[in-house]
Design a binder for this molecule. Structure first.
Ligand code: NAD
Ligand code: UGA
Length: 463
């Protein structure tokens, strides 16, 4: 078999960009991205894509309806494909056994059942979603128990390592492409088919071949290690605030050691995003199921440190504003979980907003890419409030940072958008209630300059 048709199930933050780049780099392959959400597919077929990702619009516009298709005809796309990516969501379970920790594999399982039911020819099924170790075994069992006569399946693990905001860059110049396969001749053949696709633009030395379980675990391990670095530097930020050391200087000092390296040492209000927390919880749960509570506790601490950091920052705002924010207007600059994305999943901004709203503050919120409806949805979610009407009355969403800071007591930087470094803070200061405060949760502003203007500046990891 030489792969000429690919189907990707799940048109989300991973499926959409990944398949757009495959279509760009493999003009000889027809790539069809399918989803159960007709709305999402309509957005992929429209002028305004469902996700903001630098560089993505151009690729989609170039390939769409050439060799890249977005469709709701899931069964048709599966049956005609030689290779199928499963790229659906694997959120934390909200019910039943493992609630709040285990990964919910319902969507993955549904994909496996549909593939088994509709396939009339052999398929390579690729796990792209992040899953617990040995999930491929369950997928293969479902496929094997339900397939049509003479149809054969191979299951590969090919986790995705892209970061939002730089997804296109990451996909075009991946540090590595990891492919895990069954240790059989057919497994090796399937590996070769998938690696041939990547070889259209990824150098061979960057394609890493492992067994299936190593590949699945590597994805969880990579996210755990990245999150651990952030929690480690955030733990240092607490010591800095008490002792007078400066966490930026500490990060620089340790990052210059080539064994440690300088990336992912930016102390912050805490990490967010759809995956670090979910994947760490999943890892902790796996360790508990394997009866290794010592390892579970080790990784749980990375999450606990993150909760502590978010709470510390939120509480600092209240303490600095004379221990009360009731009735005070506070500006939030940024709502996305990081810059260059409109994604708000697990954004630390939600935690900060919740704490301030619980204390009776009025919030003016500005983010360059997050849709106002998304902010309202996040802040009226039952996890945040049991009184959504009150929240709606307590927030104003602005499309301009200057109006957002008008007559407010404080600005809280929750996302490190570049635009926040370029604003006219003298103008902003002149229109704020005095004393005017800035809480820089991302350490991106020139604090000396802001202090000279007259701001009371508070940040992370510096007294
Ligand atoms: P997402 O929620 O943005 O997209 C998932 C899509 O799958 C949704 O549009 C949903 O409607 C669709 N879907 C669910 N069940 C379906 C079914 N049976 N048939 C068709 N469509 C179905 O999720 P995402 O952020 O793209 O993440 C997908 C997976 O990739 C997760 O396992 C995640 O952990 C992993 N991952 C995500 C990122 C990231 O940056 N977001 C990076 C690496 C890995
Ligand atoms: C992360 C990983 O970086 C990707 O490799 C992985 O594929 C992805 O998760 C996933 O599995 O979903 P992403 O969540 O998109 O990617 O973004 P990151 O750049 O990792 O940032 C995550 C959070 O950590 C953000 O809130 C960011 O602001 C924060 N962060 C990051 C810090 O606070 N300090 C840092 O030094 C780096």
């Amino acid at each position: 078999m030489t792969v000429s048709k690919i189907c990707c199930i799940g048109a989300g933050y991973v499926g959409g960009p990944t398949c757009s780049v495959i279509a760009l780099q493999c003009p000889h392959i027809k790539v069809t991205v399918v989803d159960i959400s007709a709305h999402r597919i309509d957005q992929w077929n429209s002028e305004k894509l469902p996700i903001y990702e630098p560089g993505l619009d151009d690729i989609v516009k170039k390939q769409r309806n050439v060799n890249l298709f977005f469709s709701t005809k899931i069964e048709e796309a599966i049956d005609e494909a030689d290779l199928i990516f499963i790229s659906v969501n694997t959120p934390t379970k909200t019910f039943g056994v493992g609630k709040g920790r285990a990964a919910d594999l319902t969507y993955v399982e549904n994909c496996a059942r549909t593939i088994a039911q509709v396939s009339t020819s052999d398929k390579i099924v690729v796990e792209k979603s992040t899953v617990p170790v040995r999930a491929a075994e369950s997928i293969l069992k479902i496929l094997s128990a339900n397939h049509k006569p003479k149809v054969k399946f191979q299951v590969l693990s090919n986790p995705e390592f892209l970061s939002e905001g730089v997804a296109v860059e990451n996909l075009l110049n991946a540090d590595r492409v990891l492919i895990g396969h069954e240790e059989t001749a057919d497994g090796l053949l399937a590996f070769k088919e998938l690696s041939n696709i990547y070889l259209n633009w990824i150098p061979e030395k960057k394609i890493l071949r492992t067994n299936t379980w190593s590949s699945e675990l590597t994805k969880l391990a990579a996210n755990a290690f990245l999150a651990q670095r952030i929690s480690s530097i955030n733990s240092m930020s607490v010591i800095c605030e008490v002792t007078g050391a400066d966490v930026s200087e500490v990060a620089k000092g340790i990052g210059l050691d080539s064994r440690i390296g300088s990336k992912f040492l930016q102390a912050s209000v805490g990490f967010g995003g759809s995956c670090f927390q979910k994947d760490l919880l999943n890892l902790v749960y796996i360790c508990e199921c394997l009866n290794i509570p010592q390892v579970a506790a080790y990784w749980q601490q990375v999450l606990d440190m993150n909760v502590y950091q978010k709470s510390r920052f939120s509480n600092k705002i209240i303490e600095s504003l004379f221990n009360t924010v009731t009735g005070k207007k506070i500006t939030m600059f940024g709502f996305a979980f990081k810059k260059d994305t409109g994604d708000t999943r697990e954004s630390p901004a939600i935690h900060v907003a919740k704490t301030l709203l619980d204390e009776g503050a009025q919030l003016n919120i500005y983010d360059p890419k997050v849709e106002p409806e998304q902010i309202v949805k996040d802040l009226t979610h039952p996890y945040v409030t049991d009184n959504p009407e009150k929240v709606i009355k307590s927030i104003e969403i602005h499309d301009n940072p200057y109006t957002a800071s008008h007559h407010t007591h404080a600005i809280v930087i929750c996302t490190e958008w570049d635009i926040f470094m370029e604003l006219d803070y003298e103008k902003i200061y002149s229109n704020m209630v005095k004393p005017a405060f800035i809480f820089d949760g991302r350490k991106i502003l020139d604090h000396d300059k802001l202090t000279t203007i007259g701001f009371q500046v508070h940040t992370i990891g510096k007294r």
